[in-house]
Design a protein around this ligand. Structure first.
Ligand code: GLC
Length: 744
């Protein structure tokens, strides 16, 4: 008895200890926040809710006005964006220390896929389905940015996107809520590292809250109109995952959602985020979005826009000057209670304390650390590894790939072969030494092949013009080679913010160039560099080997060469469906069945599809090839009956039947055959990445528990319903093995 008692006593003591410590810590921060708040004038409180762009760079329509430094000195400015570098951040922080209460500035920055070392664009990284790699990418980005004085990144962008006409699809993780959620959490953990307050951790910012990726027509900033069920089922899960992972901040979005701009949307910011999800961080507007509610026709002037935004839960105003110009008047007129201001300021100050900025406003202003992170060779090595995992092998007929490093003569053709900054993609940083730092595809291939290999080169055409003047030279070069490697695509400013496209074809004369080179009869490999799914049907149907290389970042050339010559066996899988035509958009894998489901292209009538087009995307969600082949056994279910408290297991054996060791992402989908609302034909509910040596087999088990069967019903309750289910396991969302079970 004594022994038990002693044990219990220890457990109680130990159990209590962390609570005591954490309560004390929490109490201390809250106490400090309140002690500062008590000293603040209304204008100083409003100053904390005000964020301006620095004078060095802009990521939106810049407002030139007054003397920012004096506003900092007077405590009218609590945060700035687009100020980087120890020198600049220290300069402004020193001015903040001249203010009456010495409240430190927060420096925010769009560190979307790297700062000094540019990583693949997020949509490319999502192709890796490798949360460890993705977390590492964010971790390195945070370390480099924090060394440059940045406290806060406006990332991860976690918007689900199913319309590749929308240019910002490049910033996210594609079309699926499950994959988007696991990646959102990985990115938040990468950015925030071992916790805020560490000098290599930056605050994450889940954006754009919410449903920005569902802009009608894929036109950026356009309206969004959807059922609340779709909002909860598809668009909110990655935000909830980011919040669960501890995201310090959220950013609301430019779009109106069902008629209410997100920035003034109380349902989103208070009901869901701050009440339902108990979010303790703060919400920043997107650039100017408070003031843009006037354009939306939701506020008649800045005074009303300010009232709507603060009431709805937008804690900080990025760049619109609405708060600094109107909030004091609103409080004095009794339109806004000071309690709302205090709540917003508490949230902001809590983060400044959490970052340790009150203890040491200059803790992120260390020139030694900045220099150490400026040319970190380990970061470049990591970038190459992540880039290799992001390259999707779309086609490889006759095993043209991998190429031999001893190939006698290789022709390199296309406007991307020697491109430099176009490898970095949108939301990247340009530096004077880029030409020396970025490994071009030409250099990567040159570094890889034997010294006896002869490399020929012709640009062939520009990325986007009508001239075919370079075709003759390119054809001549191709005819002299044993194999031709072509690199085409979108320029790095053709996807990203305000970059929606109505035409997703390869720009300019690039596909004509591919046809001309193909006509030489030489074996051709085509690489496509883009920030989104493009449409290239002729190339896809005729060229034997195709790699989708996205925009892969600083080490693009070496990563691509590793794949081309077999030093890395491609393993990436698409996180978004590739449409055959613009007219097929939106197309995504987890669609409903409808009353007239199409099950094959031969079923050409009475179906929810087009009479002049296949029912399938060009490449489906989860698709990606390897230099080897993987075979899947039948699925074995542990039981045909499942209970809410008794999960079942789906087991399958995967075998590497090819000639190369390789990595496979085994995907688990589930279908609820009948529901109180219609249910998708399948939904991704898990995946496992496995590495198999050639000839090796591995048994894979997926546990199907009740959480994998839940959905939002018509009353927006997150429930499960007994009935029949199907399990699909396979190499992509179409090529799957099937099994069934019943939930009782
Ligand atoms: C931009 C973007 C947002 C970014 C912000 C600051 O307009 O919409 O994603 O974080 O402004 O640059």
């Amino acid at each position: 008895m004594k022994k038990f008692f002693l044990f219990r006593c220890i457990v109680v003591t130990i159990a209590a200890l962390p609570c005591t410590i954490s309560f004390a810590q929490k109490k201390t921060i809250d106490q400090k926040v309140d002690s500062v708040l008590k000293l603040m004038t209304l204008d100083e409180k409003i100053g904390q809710m005000n964020q301006y762009n620095g004078d060095w760079d802009a990521t939106g329509p810049i407002t030139k006005d007054g003397d920012k430094q004096n506003q900092i000195r007077k405590g009218m400015l609590g945060s700035m964006l687009n100020v980087t570098g120890v020198e600049h951040t220290r300069e402004l922080q020193e001015i903040a220390m001249q203010s009456r209460l010495k409240i430190p500035l927060l420096f925010g920055q769009d560190i979307i896929h790297g700062y000094r070392t540019t990583f693949p664009i997020p949509l490319a990284e999502a192709c890796s389905w490798d949360t460890t790699a993705i977390k590492l990418s964010s971790r390195i980005a945070a370390t480099e940015a924090a060394a440059a004085g940045v406290h806060w990144t406006f990332a991860p962008m976690v918007d689900i996107a199913r319309d590749p006409r929308w240019g910002r699809v490049m910033e996210g993780a594609g079309e699926d809520p499950y994959l988007g959620s696991v990646i959102a959490a990985a990115r938040v953990r990468g950015f925030q590292g071992n916790g805020l307050g560490n000098v290599d951790a930056v605050m994450a910012c889940a954006k754009h809250f919410a449903a920005y990726g569902a802009a009608i027509g894929g036109r950026d900033y356009n309206s969004v109109d959807m059922s609340l069920r779709t909002l909860w089922e598809i668009y909110l899960p990655p935000f909830k995952a980011a919040e669960d992972a501890g995201a310090a901040t959220f950013m609301n979005s430019f779009n109106d959602l069902n008629g209410i701009p997100a920035t003034g949307n109380k349902y989103l910011q208070r009901t869901i985020l701050k009440d339902d999800w108990n979010f303790k961080g703060f919400v920043v507007s997107d650039w100017g979005s408070v003031g843009e509610m006037i354009n939306h026709g939701y506020a008649k002037d800045g005074y009303e826009a300010t009232m709507e935004a603060v009431t709805a839960g937008c804690d900080m105003d990025m760049e619109s000057r609405s708060y600094i110009n109107n909030l004091s008047k609103l409080v004095k007129a009794g339109k806004i209670k000071v309690e709302l201001i205090d709540d917003a300021v508490r949230r902001i100050l809590r983060k400044k304390f959490g970052m340790g900025l009150f203890d040491d406003p200059f803790k992120f202003c260390d020139t030694t650390r900045e220099q150490q992170q400026w040319n970190n060779a380990d970061n470049l090595k990591a970038e190459k590894t992540v880039a290799e995992k992001s390259i999707v092998l779309l086609k490889n007929e006759n095993h043209v790939l991998p190429l031999s490093k001893q190939t006698k003569t290789i022709a390199l053709i296309g406007p991307f072969i020697k491109a430099v900054r176009d490898n970095l993609g949108f939301w990247s940083y340009q530096y004077p030494d880029d030409s020396a730092r970025i490994t071009t595809q030409y250099q990567g291939i040159q570094n890889k092949v034997s010294k006896d290999t002869k490399i020929l080169y012709a640009k062939g055409c520009e990325i986007n013009d009508t001239s075919q003047a370079g075709f003759a030279e390119a054809s001549d070069v191709a005819k002299q080679a044993d194999v031709v490697i072509m690199s085409v695509g979108e320029a790095s400013d053709w996807s990203g913010e305000a970059k929606s496209r109505s035409n997703l074809q390869l720009p300019g004369m690039q596909e004509e160039l591919i046809k001309a080179i193909y006509a030489t009869g030489k074996p051709v490999v085509v690489m496509i560099n883009a920030g989104r799914p493009l449409i290239f049907n002729w190339t896809a149907d005729n060229v034997p080997s195709i790699l989708y290389t996205w925009w892969l970042g600083t080490e693009a050339g070496d990563a691509i060469a590793d794949v081309l010559f077999g030093d890395y066996n491609p393993s990436a899988k698409l996180p978004i469906s590739f449409p055959r035509t613009e007219g097929q958009i939106p197309i995504y894998y987890d669609h409903y069945k409808t009353g007239r489901p199409a099950t094959s292209d031969s079923d050409r009538f009475y179906r929810s599809a087009y009479i002049d087009l296949s029912i399938y995307p060009k490449y489906c969600f989860g698709y990606g090839l390897s230099y080897t082949n993987f075979s899947y056994s039948a699925i074995t279910m542990s039981d045909s009956i499942m209970h809410a408290n008794k999960p079942v297991t789906a087991e399958i054996t995967v075998t590497n039947t090819g000639n190369y060791d390789g990595e496979e992402t085994v995907q688990l989908y589930i279908q609820d055959l009948v529901g109180s609302v219609v249910r998708p034909v399948k939904e991704l509910k898990g995946f496992q990445k496995i590495f198999l040596k050639k000839g090796e087999s591995k048994e894979i088990n997926f546990t199907v528990d009740i959480d994998k069967l839940k959905f939002y019903n018509d009353d927006l309750k997150y429930i499960y319903e007994p009935g029949d289910f199907k399990v699909y396991i396979g190499t992509n969302s179409q090529d799957v093995k099937e099994a069934s079970f019943k939930l009782e």
